[in-house]
Design a protein around this ligand. Structure first.
Ligand code: LLP
Length: 438
């Protein structure tokens, strides 16, 4: 998908860059981002919204993948940005990302993080709970600075996805409950507070969702809530943020809808429901992460040792693993891969791809058909752009890979490969003592 191609040397090419050359220049493991595909996805979201007639913001969910290069690209693509920590906020600000387009999420923003965001004068806070509702207001009041907020509510929807990435159900650490009146209490409290500008309501029902059904139910529930607010408080909100969660293709068994389809369905439904109730909603916001970067990312590895257990299985070792892609171990996620240096060679073996970490669960792909592999072959694992780099770790003291963006035959380094020196940089050097033997 994207700009991936097989070139005349039978090598995998992304953004017209030969992956064999990328390995020579940057080493492996290497995260390769197809910039054109990121741009295509953002533009598809934009054009769907433009058709809808709603004013809108598309806030890219930085948790999926963020670095300064990505923040810079988002600025050019007219995207807003959802951050969930001081670290993500810092990254965006360092990259010169416009603060007014930043939305700050999180169920336990610290006082330091809130102060940092107030200092930067970000676009809005998505307030998650009653503690935050008080704390943020107190800090804003102290500075006599108005804070724009959305209130996050839990609509009680269980999207069909992995339990760990479900977020819309009522028994969740996120948001104000709708069925138990907490959300209405939060609205009334926010409206009473002089240093709040209550922009609207937010919900996020889950991640890697393939149908529009869950979003459609969320809209029914949320619009009911908006009508309720109008009846009880005589207040109409400006913004409805329906979150992210649009699914992508990891393997051929996934069949996501094109991104614009979700937006068309959402906005059509919303438009109908609001018109029936004579409600004017100026803005609709969304927060896609995975659907923007997931398919644009490919991880390139070098194959090293193999181990064959006759009649049982052949393990093929790569120079990365759960440190750069925790998703198979954590969510039982599935990926596809090709031999990047011999893409169309006959696939005559079924092998399993093993990471290099010291634990048996570090397996990237079970049972994949590949050409007979040799040490030094390159393996390209696709759809690794979302939540791979961002969840990478230094387990086993393995340095994090480099990140490159490719487009039109040019590769641009976005994040340097970590070095061993980086790994010990924060270690406090022990005082070397000579023990006298007695
Ligand atoms: N908005 C909110 C409030 C969220 O919690 C999330 C994701 C998003 C937007 C973006 O969702 P997306 O469009 O990327 O599906 N680490 C897991 C995913 C966790 C998602 C958490 N929240 C994974 O690797 O699948």
């Amino acid at each position: 998908h994207g700009t991936s191609k097989i070139n005349s040397s039978n090598h995998l090419e992304i953004g017209q860059c030969d992956t064999v050359e990328l390995k020579k220049q940057y080493g492996t493991p290497l995260y390769i981002y197809d910039q054109e595909l990121i741009e295509t996805k953002c533009k598809a979201f934009h054009s769907a919204f433009q058709r809808s007639g709603f004013s809108y913001q598309i806030a890219y969910a930085g948790k999926a993948f963020l670095c300064m290069e990505m923040a810079n690209l988002l600025t050019k693509l007219d995207m807003s940005l959802d951050v969930v920590s001081g670290g993500e906020l810092f990254t965006a600000l360092e990259a010169g990302y416009p603060a007014e387009r930043i939305h700050f999420h999180g169920n336990n923003k610290t006082i330091e993080e809130i102060e940092m965001a107030l200092d930067a004068n970000i676009g809005c806070f998505v307030v998650d709970n009653f503690t935050e509702l008080e704390v943020l207001h107190a800090l804003a009041a102290e500075r006599k600075q108005k804070a724009s907020i959305l209130l996050r509510v839990t609509p009680g929807i269980e999207a069909h996805t992995h339990e760990y990435i479900m977020t819309g159900q009522e028994d969740s650490k996120f948001g104000f409950g709708l069925s138990n009146d907490q959300a209405m209490k939060a609205v009334s409290s926010a409206l009473e507070k002089p240093y709040y500008n209550l922009l609207g309501i937010h919900c996020h029902i889950g991640s890697q969702i393939f149908e529009v059904d869950g979003f459609s139910r969320a809209i029914d529930i949320l619009t009911d809530f908006l009508f309720n607010i109008r009846d009880k408080m005589d207040f109409e909100v400006k913004v409805l943020n329906v979150g992210g969660g649009f699914g992508i293709r990891y393997t051929e068994s996934d069949s996501p809808l094109p991104v614009e389809y979700y937006v068309d369905a959402l906005t059509e439904k919303l438009s109908r429901t609001l018109t029936e109730q004579n409600y004017t909603l100026p803005e609709v916001w969304i927060e896609p992460g995975r659907s923007i970067v997931g398919e644009a990312g490919t991880t390139l590895y070098t194959i090293g040792s193999t181990k064959e257990i006759p009649g049982v299985r052949k393990y093929v070792g790569i120079d990365g693993g759960m440190t750069d892609n925790i998703r198979p171990a954590l969510y039982d996620a599935k990926h596809e891969a090709v031999l990047a240096n011999r893409v169309t060679d006959k696939k005559d073996e079924t092998v399993s791809i093993a990471g290099k970490c010291c634990e048996s669960g570090d397996m990237l792909i079970w049972d994949i058909d590949l050409p007979r592999v040799n040490q030094g072959d390159l393996l390209a694992v696709s759809s690794t752009g979302a939540y791979n780099y961002s969840m990478a770790s230094n387990y086993n003291r393995i340095p994090r890979p480099a990140v490159v963006f490719v487009k039109n035959g040019e590769a641009r380094l976005a994040v340097e490969r970590e070095t061993y020196e980086d790994l010990v940089r924060k270690d406090v050097k022990p005082v070397v003592t000579t023990y006298a033997m007695s």
